[in-house]
Design a protein around this ligand. Sequence first.
Ligand SMILES: C[S@@+](CC[C@H](N)C(=O)[O-])C[C@H]1O[C@@H](n2cnc3c(N)ncnc32)[C@H](O)[C@@H]1O
Length: 286
Amino acid sequence: MVTTDRGRVAEVAARLAAAGVPTPAVDARWLVDHVVEVAGSCDGCGGALLDGLVARRAAREPLQLVLGRTWFRELELRCAPGVFIPRPETEIVAGVAIDEASGLDAPIVAEPCTGTGAIALSVAVEVPGARVVATDLDPAAVDLARDNLGRVLAGEAGPPLAADQVEILAGDLLAPLADDLRGRLDVLVSNPPYLPAADRDRWEPEVADHDPDRALVGGPDGHEVVGRLLALAAEWLRPGGLVVVEIDERRGEDARAAAVRAGLVDVTLVPDLTGAQRAVRARGAR
Ligand SMILES: C[S@@+](CC[C@H](N)C(=O)[O-])C[C@H]1O[C@@H](n2cnc3c(N)ncnc32)[C@H](O)[C@@H]1O
C-alpha cells in the first residue's frame, strides 16, 4: 500500500467503522490506494468512484470483491461474486505442497476444489517444472480459475508460467483427471469445503452473504469432502506421494483418524500462524 492521503483515509475509516466493518482502517487504506491507482486521485471522478466503493464495503461486501482482486503468495488474482475468496491461511497449505513439489523432478500435482485457482497457480509459478491439474464442481469457479490462468500466462498476474503447465477441469474432486494419473500423483493439495451446516448462524455477513455455500459446507457434519479426499489420495498418490488438505481447526483428530483409516502413512497436522490445526498432511503407503 502507498497511501499518502491520510485525511481521506480517516474519513473512509470512520464511515466503515460506523457500518460495523471489523477492520476499518486497513480497508480504508486499500480503498483509497485502489482509487488512486485506477483513477489517478480521489478528487473528481475518483471521488465518485471512492464513494461507491466505500458504500459497497459499508454494506459488508468483502473488500476483495469491492476491489475485484486479491493477493495470494506471489500472485494477484481476480475475484468475482459467487466464487470463494482465497484466505491468507491457505497460503501455508499451498506452501506445504510447493515445498514438497520443489524437491522433485517434473512433479505431477492435483488440486481439487480450486476456486479462483489460487493454490494450483501458485504451485505452478513457484515450481516451474510442475504439471498441475485443478478441478472444481462449480462452473463459475472453473471460469474464474481459467481467467486467472490466462492472466498469469499473459504476464499480468505474477511470475511467468509455461503454457502447458496447468489444466483446469470441471467436475467432482479427481473424477475429471485422466485415468492414467491414478497411482502417479506426487502431490495432492486441497482446500475443500469443511464447515458444518450448523455453523451458518455464526458467519459474518461477508461470508454468509458472499461465499457460496458449496464452497464452505462439507456435508451435514462438515467432514464429508475431507474424508473423500483422503480416501482418494490413498488411491491416486504414487507410493510415498504427499497429500495436504486444509481442515476445520476443530477437527484435527477426526482428520488424522480419517487419513489413517484410508491407509495413508506419516500422518501429521499442520499448524497455521495462529497455532490452529489448519491442515492434515500424510503420505501414500510405500
Ligand atoms: C473453500 S473453497 C476453496 C477454493 C480455493 N481452493 C481456495 O483455497 O481459495 C472450496 C471450493 O471447492 C469447490 N467444491 C466443492 N465441492 C466440490 C467437489 N465435490 N468437487 C470439486 N470442487 C468442489 C467449491 O466450488 C469451491 O470453489
